[in-house]
Design a protein around this ligand. Structure first.
Ligand code: ADP
Length: 607
């Protein structure tokens, strides 16, 4: 099928949004707090305790120094010693509670976001997966949820703990030495200006880093999937070069971010040094005059000033890290915000059991913004009968099957099963009535048995074996090293083409829907496999409404009806005999291929 070019309306590639840092942060916090509010509340209380005990450490210096100047007052010395012990013990406990609570909430958020992202992905239309690189999807699901967590951690812990600590310490400073404190704070605005510049630089670099990370994943995936082509065409050096490039980009960007982040260090050191020097200078010169100071007060002030440097530095650094993490959070929200397309109607009803008549009523369809692919298609596919679809490549045959399965909705008209419009029925009931056997079978990387069972999860062992027998798969499965328990490898790598096809037929037989959609394989099988597959298909199509994109003469001849498509329209329909007499397009196609086993030629798949 040729479905890798365009998008379905509303289901387009991931948009790149503008810069909305604050809104993103706000939203992330709201999401996080909504589900993890209590855990964060515990963490925040613990952080307040950490901040308070830190400030108390500076404050208690006054008592210590004063007690030491009067060592004879034993009661006071003991009291102060006990107080110091209590403060440090409380700080230790509070730090523990805070780390545990933060990690718990963070892990929960990662888990929830990943599940949310995955749920969202499974609701996307098929078109989304055609136009979005799987590496991009991987990046979003793995990286962004992690980054969201780091970001919340940063915001909660740094903002709460460091900001409160800083406020506490500055409080102590002002309490002890208001004038000196005011003098030392003049470095604040300079620091803020510096940080603003750094943040802007980091924003751009972090986005580039993410792009390069995506490229690494893409190269990895293409290497794993396309290893045969890579080897056959000796593309190793080229792939290696791509990888080298991507890895180097990530390395360079990562270094650049670290450099920028680390500038906050020297910036704050210098400014703090300046503030302290200023304080020393001012107090030595006594320029500010003021009230007399005890050594205890001065010591307490200096301790608070020196301690304040640490949280201030972390706050500055945090602002830079936030920018780096935001890139990941942004791409996560981009995905979560995409409108769902092809959703179940709110008042959807189950598809009622019936004979399985498929009807197209004036159906028009086009892939987003493109030429119409189906025009005015009206046709009833009769229950229990086999209809062969033929027509040149690109005439819309696969698209027609996609509409029956409701992988897309028609742009005009409607598709009905037993008189019910597909748009009004539940997905579960719709899929329950249908089986599909495509040209390339997707197999999960598990055992043969589980691969057959996917179509009917509660099937018994006997049913699975019966389906495999009917699909002529049982014989080869028995010869596999572990029979039905044999792993099939990634996408059935350990099986041959014919074996994979028969497994997919077994799946369809197990499901037993009244409607069977078939995209007949064009790949040449050896004569034995071919005969098996043909037999298996015969069993499968008996008594069910079958629409088959036919590539073989025999399929066409044996069909109850033939529908000829051209440029999105149904141009002819009838039995082989009728159509041969009609002297139309079918006759043309038939004559070209007459005598050959393949009616449509290699171009018949639309690929
Ligand atoms: P057929 O199965 O008869 O070969 P298709 O139904 O695959 O034809 O394709 C019909 C037309 O729709 C072709 O012109 C093809 O290029 C176009 N087409 C198919 N899939 C997509 C898609 N996902 N996006 C855009 N155009 C598509």
């Amino acid at each position: 099928m040729t479905q890798d070019r365009q998008t379905y309306p509303g289901d387009s590639a991931l948009p790149k949004s503008g810069d909305l840092s604050d809104r993103l942060i706000w939203r992330l916090m709201k999401d996080g707090f909504r589900t993890q509010g209590w855990t964060y509340a515990v963490a925040i209380v613990a952080m307040c305790a950490v901040a308070a005990t830190s400030a108390m450490t500076a404050w208690v210096m006054e008592a210590i120094i004063d007690a030491l100047t009067e060592p004879d007052n034993r009661a006071r010395v003991t009291g102060v010693s006990l107080l110091v012990m209590a403060i440090f013990f409380a700080k230790g406990i509070a730090s523990y509670v805070q780390s545990v609570a933060m990690a718990k909430a963070g892990n929960r958020i990662v888990a929830e976001q990943q599940l949310k992202l995955y749920r969202k992905l499974t609701q996307r239309g098929v078109a989304f997966f055609s136009v979005t690189d799987s590496s991009d999807i991987l990046l979003r699901v793995t990286q962004s949820a992690q980054r969201a967590r780091v970001l919340i951690d940063l915001l909660v812990s740094t903002f709460t703990r460091d900001l409160l600590t800083l406020i506490g310490l500055v409080g102590v400073m002002f309490y002890q030495q208001p004038l000196l404190s005011a003098a030392s704070l003049i470095v604040g605005p300079v620091a803020l200006l510096g940080i603003r510049y750094i943040v802007q630089r980091v924003r751009g670099i972090a986005a580039q880093e993410m792009t390069s990370l995506g490229e690494i994943m893409k190269v990895m995936q293409e290497t794993a999937k396309g290893i045969r082509v890579i080897k056959i065409f000796a593309l190793e050096p080229k792939m290696k070069e791509r990888m080298d490039n991507a890895v180097r980009q990530v390395e360079a960007r990562s270094n650049a971010i670290t450099r920028l982040q680390s500038i906050t260090g020297p910036l704050m050191e210098t400014l703090s040094g300046f503030a302290i020097a200023l304080v020393v200078w001012i107090s030595a010169l006594g320029v500010l005059g003021g009230e007399p100071t005890t050594p205890g007060q001065l010591m307490s002030f200096v301790t608070a000033l020196l301690m304040a440097y640490d949280p201030a530095k972390r706050l500055m650094r945090m602002r830079v890290s936030v920018e780096q993490q935001l890139v990941g959070v942004r791409i996560m929200f981009e995905l979560l915000d995409q409108e769902d397309v092809l959703t179940e109607a709110p008042d959807a009803v189950p598809l009622k059991p019936g004979p399985g008549a498929v009807e197209f009523r004036d159906v028009g369809f086009s892939y987003e913004g493109n030429q119409p692919v189906l025009r005015d298609v009206s046709m009833v596919f009769e229950p229990g009968k086999t209809t062969a679809l033929i027509g040149p490549s690109g005439s819309g045959k696969s698209t027609l099957l996609n509409l029956v399965m409701r992988l897309y909705d028609p742009v005009a008209g409607s598709v009905l099963v037993d008189g019910q419009d597909l748009r009004g029925v539940t997905f579960a009931s719709l899929r329950d009535r249908m089986s599909f056997v495509g040209q390339d079978t997707f197999l999960f990387s598990t055992s043969v048995r589980e691969n057959i069972r996917v179509s009917q999860p509660d099937a018994t062992e006997d049913e699975i074996v019966a389906a495999a027998r009917a699909a002529h798969a049982h014989e080869f499965i028995e010869t596999l090293p572990e029979g039905y328990d044999t792993p099939v490898g990634e996408n059935g790598a350990f099986l041959s083409g014919g074996q994979r096809q028969r497994l997919s037929i077994a799946r369809a037989i197990l499901r037993r829907g009244e409607i069977l959609l078939l995209d007949e394989a064009t790949s040449a099988l050896d004569a034995t496999s071919e005969a098996y597959v043909k037999d298996a298909l015969k069993t499968l199509t008996e008594g069910v409404t079958t629409i088959v994109i036919a590539h073989r003469l025999s399929t066409v001849i044996e069909a109850d009806r033939i529908v000829v498509m051209d440029q999105g329209r149904i141009v002819e329909s009838g039995t082989a005999a009728e159509l041969l007499q009609a002297d139309g397009m079918f006759r043309d196609l038939f004559q070209k291929q007459f005598g050959g086993a393949d009616l449509m030629g290699p171009a018949g798949t639309g690929e």
